[in-house]
Ligand binder design. Structure first.
Ligand code: ADP
Ligand code: MG
Length: 657
């Protein structure tokens, strides 16, 4: 004789123990069912029928006894292999239909195929065909609450058939239906049995049970009669067209892993997540405020911080951030001030880190034009002046190298000199002014610097050739200080080191000079700004944390509310990791939505700030970083609830309220 498809040997199941009284629900069930049989298990309420069905369908494990499925002991299968068996071999039909309330009829029917990794097109077509066959062709888009009880039960039968439904386990399928719908459902089960499906029908109603070929009666956890056992001749009536029994060896070759399933599952998980979020949109929005505010504040605060930093840098860098100033200094109070010579300047000029070098000798002196007297800073410097200080001439031109060589008495004046000293003159170019009683001819006017440099007196200045200043005004040849432009604004520090080393050599190891730079000041300023950004950033991080806790809260609530759905998914063949993936996807979706909303809010706030003329500089890094943080928050805080969902026991989940 053939190996029975299902073979139960002395199956016992008891609940309770330790602190609660022990209940023996099944007390030694022996039962074999062959391919193609239509079996009814009948018994009074509380006799253990559902418990038996859960064990038959591998949703539950017996306390003791052996369950052989196609000859293989089910006790030896892992939870993934059991999920595979539920998916491939069984189709469940429950008294309460157990459809997923947020999904349409079509989606409910497709679910087992998603876990089996059936490609989307085949899945859609098959589900539509099944619904059509069960008379629900018009209802595919309806959600369960939009269907009558009879229609819902037919949807659940379609779902049971989706992956083949070799063995249909129907637990009181007509229990909640009116007599007409009940008859329809029974006719359907009859048809399925005659097509060769194994149908195991559980009922308390003898009349319903009478439709089956074989009737097993159960009372208080024991089989008290079995029409096949009592009437052995009838047993050979196994349906000749019986469906091929599920081949367990196939499972091993498939590795219990439905290949390509993850893609369908991911799409399904994202859709399911979106639906649940949409249904609870108010609650979701409130809970997501934490993440929204967190992301928005990170982005806005960093943008404001960066904006003000750039503003300060721009102000300080108006004279060039790559500039170094070298002047004489005394190593200690008793030694005389060191002197920088033009030889030093010539030597420094050869350094590769030095782009330009310019000696300056200047003084605050009296200048006169006609009968107007004014005090101004007169600096002797060479022709590097406009490029070093990024300070163009707006009228006339700068003096030339020839002027420098000849110590020509020419002057380039700042706007304040033009406007005050030469105020009555229409064209200052060509005019002679007296500097310390020495006549100098004006050849150019410098652009106005004041507003950008932050120094109100920088335009009250006259630039003359260094040689002319040395010979005609100051009576000395050594520069007061030297301005050096580093070759690379980002390598000012390196230039500083090189200059320092060379100067030490030139001055025989004496440190009688001082080297300062704008960059150092800018860097100090930037550091303060960075500290500020860091502080603002950590405030934002705290709100992200709060947001994460919100996600965890909402996920825990979701898992509790949808425990039944988790049970249904497991009954249709979802593995633990499928459930984990689904709820993790939901958590990530939540934070992605929160993150995007946060970025949108940040841009909005930024726009308002820009309109109110606050310096704002959005950086892509900050936006991506904040979004990434939100994503990580979702994964981290969603993991615990998702794992909790995945570890639920299928039966407990199914029977939860
Ligand atoms: P039936 O489906 O035949 O009405 P069940 O199999 O649902 O019966 O239940 C049989 C008995 O097992 C009942 O007395 C019920 O109280 C008990 N029972 C079922 N599940 C549990 C459980 N999780 N814990 C304790 N007792 C249970
Ligand atoms: Mg029951």
């Amino acid at each position: 004789m053939q190996t029975p498809l299902i073979d139960l040997k002395d199956i016992r199941k008891s609940y309770g123990g330790q602190d609660t009284p022990k209940v023996d629900v099944l007390r030694g069930i022996d039962l074999s069912i062959h391919a193609g049989e239509f079996v009814a298990i009948v018994g009074a309420s509380g006799s253990g029928k559902s418990t038996l069905m859960n064990i038959l369908g591998c949703l539950d494990r017996p306390t003791s006894g052996e369950y052989l499925f196609a000859g293989e002991n089910v006790a030896h299968l892992s939870s993934d292999e059991l999920a595979w068996l539920r998916r491939e071999a069984f189709g469940f039909v429950f008294q309460g239909y157990h459809l997923i309330p947020s999904s349409s009829a079509q989606e409910n029917v497709e679910m087992p195929a998603i876990y089996a990794g059936t490609p989307a097109a085949a899945r859609h077509a098959q589900a539509a065909a099944l619904l059509q066959r069960l008379g629900l062709g018009e209802r595919t888009g309806n959600r369960p609450h939009q269907l009558s009880g009879g229609q819902q039960q037919r949807v659940s039968i379609a779902r049971a058939l989706m992956n083949g439904g070799h063995i249909i386990l129907a637990d009181e399928p007509t229990g909640a239906l009116d007599s007409h719908s009940g008859k329809e459902v029974m006719t359907l089960l009859d048809e399925l049995a005659s097509q060769g499906h194994v149908v195991i029908l559980i009922t308390h109603d003898r009349e319903v049970a009478a439709r089956a070929k074989r009737i097993i009666e159960i009372r208080d956890g024991l089989i008290i009669s079995d029409s096949a056992r009592d009437n052995p001749d009838a047993q050979t009536s196994a349906n000749p067209g019986a469906l091929q029994a599920v081949d367990l060896r196939k499972r091993l070759s498939e590795g219990a892993e439905a290949t390509g399933a993850w893609k369908g599952e991911l799409v399904d998980a994202v859709q399911a997540a979106w639906r649940v979020m949409w249904i609870n949109r108010f609650r979701t929005a409130l809970t997501l405020l934490g993440i929204v505010i967190g992301v928005a504040s990170v982005v806005v605060m960093l943008a404001v911080g960066e904006g003000s930093k750039r503003q300060v840098m721009a102000q300080m860098g108006a004279f060039g951030s790559n500039l170094l100033y070298l002047s004489g200094a005394s190593p200690n109070p008793r030694t005389p001030l060191g002197v920088i010579t033009l030889d030093d300047v010539a030597a420094l000029k050869t350094l590769p880190q030095v782009k330009r070098i310019m000696p300056v000798a200047g003084a605050e002196v009296a200048v006169r034009f006609g009968n107007v007297d004014q005090s101004a800073y007169v600096g002797g410097n060479d022709t590097n002046f406009p490029s070093i200080f990024n300070w163009p001439v707006i009228q006339g031109s700068y003096f030339t190298d020839a002027d420098e060589r000849n110590a020509a008495a020419v002057a380039v004046i700042g706007t304040k000199i033009r406007d005050k000293l030469l105020k009555g003159v229409s064209n200052p170019i060509g005019q002679y002014i007296l500097i310390e009683n020495v006549p100098f001819q004006v050849v150019g006017v410098l652009a106005e610097k004041g507003s950008s440099s932050g120094d109100q007196d920088s335009d009250n200045r006259i630039a003359v050739p260094y040689s002319a200043a040395a010979i005609r005004l100051l009576g000395g040849h050594n520069p007061e200080y030297v301005v050096i432009a580093a070759s690379d604004a980002r390598k000012v520090k390196e230039a500083e080191l090189a200059i320092d080393e060379l100067m030490r050599r030139l001055h025989n190891g004496k440190h009688d000079y001082e080297l300062t730079n704008n960059a150092a000041m800018i860097q100090a300023e930037a550091r303060t700004q960075n500290t500020l950004s860091l502080m603002l950033g950590s405030i934002a991080a705290i709100s992200l944390l709060v947001g994460g806790i919100g996600v965890m809260n909402i996920m825990l609530m979701t898992v509790r509310e949808r425990t039944r759905e988790i049970g249904i998914r497991m009954a249709t063949g979802a593995r633990q990791r499928d459930i984990l993936r689904q709820f993790l996807t939901e958590a990530v979706m939540l934070s992605v939505v929160g993150g995007l909303a946060g970025i949108a809010l940040a841009l909005l706030v930024g726009g308002v700030l820009i309109l109110s003329e606050v310096a704002v500089a959005f950086s892509l890094m900050a936006v991506l970083g904040a979004f990434g943080c939100a994503l990580v928050t979702g994964v981290v805080f969603g993991f615990m609830p998702a794992r909790k969902a995945a570890r639920l026991d299928p039966v407990t989940a199914l029977t939860s309220e």
